[in-house]
Write a protein that binds this ligand. Structure first.
Ligand SMILES: Cc1ncc(COP(=O)(O)O)c(C=O)c1O
Length: 389
């Protein structure tokens, strides 16, 4: 007998997506609206700049915190675009935002420290906290508040052990974009209880219907760690490139932790990120416009269904659809949608208990395919159907 794996992974929770994915894999012509990976090609100029850099020998380790050109570009971008005030001491290159979040938790958490996470939430956060023996504490955000966290709910969960509040706006999976007042409330609580803030900003360009992206770091620069990513901004998820912006001592701690994790980020992906951020307007706007069109179309069409409703489109690349009027729970509904209409979505409870009764629809297919999906939704009927409007 060999000793078992770490306790954290001995009894894994049922993987809802893997089960549905198995069924989908056996079917033909599935409309896959499950994956949060933009369907567009990475802009060709980014690919060309990366290829050229590799041909010129840019295939080695960079400095452990990152290629100075990439780091300077991130700092310039945040300072010019968002009005922040970062220097080169405040930045490191990471292997996507996932890695940045991981390093942030590792740099911040001692055993039993608590992290407040607003749910529904991006599922990996939980294990990211637990692997450092921290404790995730969930605050449910409700559809009636457009999935914006409420100050009283947050304050009620703060204890002497609370160390961090994690903020993801524009939000995956709900599509919420937090109001200025909500962000100000979070900052007020962070100051009152001396907490850190992690701002997961991977969807920053994706704000629609007159909403604006508000960088949390500008409201609380001394206590905020930004986890940034180029994955969604430029449809370049496979490059695995992101960054972390934070007060200097946290960047130093993250560097110590990362020495034995990835050491640095891939050199060629840093070239890609540099090119992208230096040409952000030209390269990101077409993607932004396309996702806006898709979400507004889906929202308009799916809100016509008597048994479904959504909050007004605000941001991200997802629609979080309330399907309680179908009379089914979100897992049953997702199975039924797959069997009857060949459409794959993610049941809301994959994002925590607060996601029950919803499904996440990723707008990661072209308009033609989304139109077919709308026909599929319209063809559904349910034994216990109710009107929800
Ligand atoms: C909210 C959120 N944070 C982080 C990530 C991870 O991004 P990256 O590809 O940069 O690791 C994702 C990916 O879907 C996400 O939705």
């Amino acid at each position: 007998m060999v000793k078992p794996v770490a306790k954290l992974f001995r009894d894994p929770a049922k993987n809802i997506m893997a089960e549905i994915g198995k069924t989908a894999a056996l079917m033909k012509n599935v409309i896959d609206l499950s994956i949060g990976d933009p369907d567009m090609d990475t802009p060709r100029p980014i690919v060309n700049a990366t290829t050229q850099a590799m041909l010129e020998g840019n295939t080695h380790y960079t400095a452990s915190d990152g290629d100075p050109r990439y780091l300077q570009t991130i700092v310039n971008f945040h300072n010019q675009h968002f009005g922040s005030n970062y220097g080169l001491d405040n930045v490191r290159a990471t292997v996507g935002a996932s890695h940045a979040t991981d390093l942030a938790f590792g740099a911040l958490l001692d055993p039993e420290d608590e992290v407040i996470i607003f749910e529904p939430y991006f599922a990996p956060y939980k294990v990211q906290v637990e692997q450092f023996h921290g404790k995730p504490v969930f605050v449910t955000c409700k559809a009636e508040n457009n999935f914006q966290p409420q100050k009283e709910d947050i304050e009620a969960t703060i204890t002497a052990k609370t160390k961090v509040i994690l903020v993801n706006s524009p939000n995956n999976p709900t599509g919420a974009v937090y109001d200025q007042q909500v962000l100000q409330d979070i900052v007020t609580l962070a100051e009152k209880y001396d907490l850190y803030l992690i701002a997961d900003e991977v969807y920053w360009p994706y704000v629609f219907n007159e909403r604006t992206f508000i960088p949390l770091e500008n409201l609380a620069p001394k206590r905020t760690i930004v986890t940034g990513s180029l994955s969604k901004v430029f449809a370049m998820t496979g490059f695995r490139i992101g960054y972390m912006l934070a007060p200097k001592e946290l960047i130093t701690a993250a560097g110590l932790l990362n020495e034995g994790v990835t050491y640095t980020a891939p050199s060629m992906a840093q070239v890609a990120g540099t090119y992208g951020l230096q040409n952000v307007h030209e390269l990101a706007v077409p993607l932004q416009d396309e996702f806006g069109k898709r979400l507004i179309y889906l929202s308009k069409e799916l809100n016509k269904l008597s048994w479904a409703k959504t909050i007004p489109v605000a941001g991200s690349i997802y629609l979080f659809l309330d399907i309680t009027g179908s009379g089914m729970d979100d897992i049953e509904f997702s199975d039924y949608l797959l069997e009857q209409a060949g459409i794959l979505v993610i049941p809301g409870q994959a994002f925590g208990q607060g996601g029950r009764g919803f499904v996440r629809i990723a707008a990661t297919q072209n308009m033609e395919t989304l139109k077919k999906a709308v026909v599929g939704f319209n063809a559904l009927s349910f034994a216990d159907q109710q009107t929800v409007k």
